[in-house]
Design a protein around this ligand. Structure first.
Ligand code: SAH
Ligand code: SF4
Length: 389
């Protein structure tokens, strides 16, 4: 059966190709991109600078299916969480965090996650499926179009003006972005495209539990900021907390971080913005959840200093976000401060993440959505069976 193409699934070169395929000029993709992504228009008839015949042809061959959220939760601190049904059985979540001078959108890349990190609510749900490009970029489309323009300029939160415009995107919602590689890269390209959202590649961050080969590919295909979920300073502990470590152990992961930041390695050079020579960022952010009595001792801090020797990085200590039956507890503030002091003394730039959206379970690792698990984590180990695109 003939099915219409959802234009939200296409980056600009793909849209140009689609237009050529229906006998139209490729450069029209620029106009169409602006209508869809900048003005939020999904009705071809309203695209007044396109000829009537093109509009009719588009209506016949294409659709623009944007996500519709099922629920919206406001947190006391201004954080907003949306739940999107992506099909009959699955929902995913996106979180918007308004701050003074910037607005950060945390997006999901999969319904569930196969990687089974023991401290993560998404990992406990198991994996259902990869999100399509339209389902990833749709989260940004929705966040940008949710508020009337006037309201976009600044929301008042606790007496300060906070931005409701998305200036930063982090792939820290549900799923492992680098195991949904192709779709994530297309979505990234749309985020960076000046005819769409025009985000700076430094302000778009892919967070990964450490899929080494795809860290290398990302550097070539669409270098953006990289966060690596480290969480443990030795292989024995990391393999327990982040089981993918058995496949890509710490030493390999640290080498991949060095390559990602190495500006002397040539990358593909072309006229397009997402492919540039040089390193995407001069450092990688290493995420480290502070788990009481598990990975937060002074000895762990010293081990962390050793394994990051020579790695251009910044460490971000993350307070654990609890969820039912997690079996873990947040490290006390004193443990976090002592850990941070040891790292800073060794010269490692170390920050502690502020938690936001706690009251709506909107913080990282708490995004459970609703996933019909086709692959129960208790039955299969993802590190053995994981297939990487
Ligand atoms: N799969 C990717 C991105 C999604 S998880 C990754 O693992 O990096 C985004 C971040 O939330 C990761 O750093 C992850 O380790 C962290 N996280 C998971 N569960 C958490 C929890 N309960 N509390 C705090 N952070 C958590
Ligand atoms: Fe997946 Fe990331 Fe959660 Fe690990 S922390 S289970 S990789 S979403």
């Amino acid at each position: 059966m003939f099915s219409k193409t959802n234009l939200l699934d296409l980056d600009r070169p793909q849209l140009a190709e689609f237009l050529e395929g229906i006998g139209e000029a490729a450069f029209r993709s620029q106009q169409l991109f602006k209508w869809i992504h900048q003005r939020g228009i999904v009705d071809f008839n309203a695209m007044t600078d396109l000829s009537k015949s093109l509009r009719e042809k588009l209506a016949e061959k294409a659709v623009i299916n944007v996500p519709v959220f099922e629920r919206e939760h406001y947190s006391e601190d201004g954080t907003l969480k949306w739940l999107f049904p992506v099909d009959n059985a699955n929902s995913v979540e996106a979180v918007f965090i308004p701050e003074t001078g910037r607005g950060t959108l945390c997006v999901s890349s999969q319904a569930g996650c196969a990687l089974e990190c023991t401290f993560c609510a998404t990992g406990r749900e198991g994996f259902n499926r990869n999100l399509k490009v339209s389902e990833i970029i749709g989260q940004l489309w929705l966040a940008q179009n949710r508020f009337p323009q006037a309201d976009n300029l600044g929301a008042r939160l606790d007496g300060v003006s906070a931005s409701r415009v998305v200036s930063n995107v982090v792939f820290m919602g549900m799923g492992e972005p680098l195991t949904n590689y192709d779709n994530v890269v297309h979505a990234l390209r749309i985020m960076l495209d000046d005819f769409a959202y025009g985000l700076s590649r430094r302000k778009v961050t892919v967070s990964t539990s450490g899929i080494v080969p795809n860290i290398d590919r990302l550097r070539e295909d669409c270098p953006v900021s990289l966060a690596v979920s480290l969480h443990a300073p030795n292989d024995a502990l990391r393999s327990e907390l982040v089981p993918i470590n058995k496949k890509y152990p710490i030493a390999e992961l640290m080498e991949a971080c060095k390559r990602y930041t190495d500006s002397s390695l040539g990358s593909v050079v072309s006229g397009v913005k997402w492919q540039r020579r040089g390193s995407p960022r001069d450092f990688v952010t290493l995420e480290y959840i502070m788990l009481d009595g598990v990975n937060d001792s002074q000895e762990h801090a010293r081990q962390l200093i050793n394994i990051t020797e020579g790695v251009p990085c910044k460490v971000n200590l993350i307070p654990f976000n609890p969820f039912d039956n997690s079996g873990f507890h947040r490290s006390p503030d004193t443990a976090v401060t002592n850990f941070q002091k040891i790292l800073i003394k060794s010269g490692l730039v170390t920050t502690v993440r502020k938690t936001r959206g706690d009251d709506i379970a909107g913080a990282c690792g708490q995004l459970a959505g609703q996933v019909e698990n086709r692959r129960s984590p208790r039955r299969k180990t993802s590190t053995d069976s994981l297939s990487i695109q």
